[in-house]
Design a protein around this ligand. Sequence first.
Ligand SMILES: Nc1nc2c(c(=O)[nH]1)N[C@H]1C(S)=C(S)[C@@H](COP(=O)(O)O)O[C@H]1N2
Ligand SMILES: [Mo]
Length: 440
Amino acid sequence: MLLNHLSRPSAARHGVVIKGEAVVRGSHSLFFIAEAADETVLQAFLTPFLQAGEVEVMAASTCAGVVASGGCDARPADVSTSVLDPADACQDAVEAGLLIHSVYPLNGETSVQDLAGGAVVPNGRFYLRNHFDIPNLDGESYRLSVDGLVERSLSLSMRDLHNLHAESLMVTLECAGNGRSLFDPTVPGEAWGLGAVSTAEWTGVPLSKVIERAGPRSGARELTFRGADGGLVEGHDAPIRFERGLSFDQIRETDALLAYEMNGEPLSATHGYPLRLIVPGWYAVASVKWLTEIVVTDKPCETHYQTEKYWYQWVRNGRDERAPVTLMSVRALISSPDQGESLPRGETAIRGVAWSGAGSISRVDVSLNNGPWREARLVGEPRRSAWQWWELITRLEQTGPLAVRARATDMAGRTQPERAEWNRLGYGNNSIHSVTAQVI
Ligand SMILES: Nc1nc2c(c(=O)[nH]1)N[C@H]1C(S)=C(S)[C@@H](COP(=O)(O)O)O[C@H]1N2
Ligand SMILES: [Mo]
């Protein structure tokens, strides 16, 4: 309720303009910089906060503008595209029921119970992961450029792309950081629970068709995908763009799509309007949103998000080892029962989803109160790149706590570890999921 009250449109209705805000982690304090005609207007706007705690109004110094734009060290990002108002985008996400982790950039996860239900996650509830402001691109003037080591450089409008043969694919996207908050010891980065994963049906043009049109020249082996978004990141003096690369070999093994639709609707601005890459099977960092350029090269892409982030960094036998984050690890999540849920005695259904980047799911096993693993039933057709529903019908005879665990195995024979190996940046946490319910 308070978050909604704080949104830009709601503040405007009270005659208040919010210039910037900050939440202090762990202290339950919220600071924000606001402008109003006089203090009584501001006090009236703040009344609902008195129900939650104390309210203190301090006169702003002339420094307010500096603080609101990120502090004295912040330099404006040199990205010429216009951006969505993050507060509006956040408001939509709150209303759709996402659990918001941060507003700048806008990051929010789906609640694990909301994964249950349909074959896909409704667009509004699909988790959101952004690194920068959200570009607000104009579909009319938009062009996708394809150049570099090609016979013909291309500049494709959305109309050109719509005129090419379209394909639709059900694909699960999972953030490599999904489950990061469950690593012990804690690791830096967005503290995702388990809901940074969702499935949609994506429609667009196969990437291979567009690359064929451009005609790779001899020596061409790699692709760089550039998004319209960007900004400053640690260790770089100038603003960077969100860029990722894939080799021709890696693409040959996937059905990568240049997608313009998500579940039958045009992509929303937050999910990459008007065009994004979808790389089935890969952790979602590969699926570049607001895709504006594809560059064909003879060298691997060496950008911030390719070489400095998205690497597993393990400490094994006192030695550092690393490997790039690529395919999603095999994993099952329990969507029902919910943690702490009360279940009546008698027949009950344990349900969830399971997926793997390496192939479809071959089995899911469920263990109750640390008893033996029992094979669950896989519901519906197995799909190579989208999650699989599973369920186990069982009878609950005894009242008391019920610990439920679920473990998936994929066609490649990979299964989940009891505890995923800790790594410095907290990627790929596919530890076996467990929830505890109460039988009453
Ligand atoms: N241009 C661009 N593409 C991006 C990102 C981004 O910040 N900018 N984030 C990536 C990451 S880390 C994830 S998990 C997915 C999230 O996609 P979604 O917000 O549609 O769920 O987008 C990927 N593509
Ligand atoms: Mo991600």
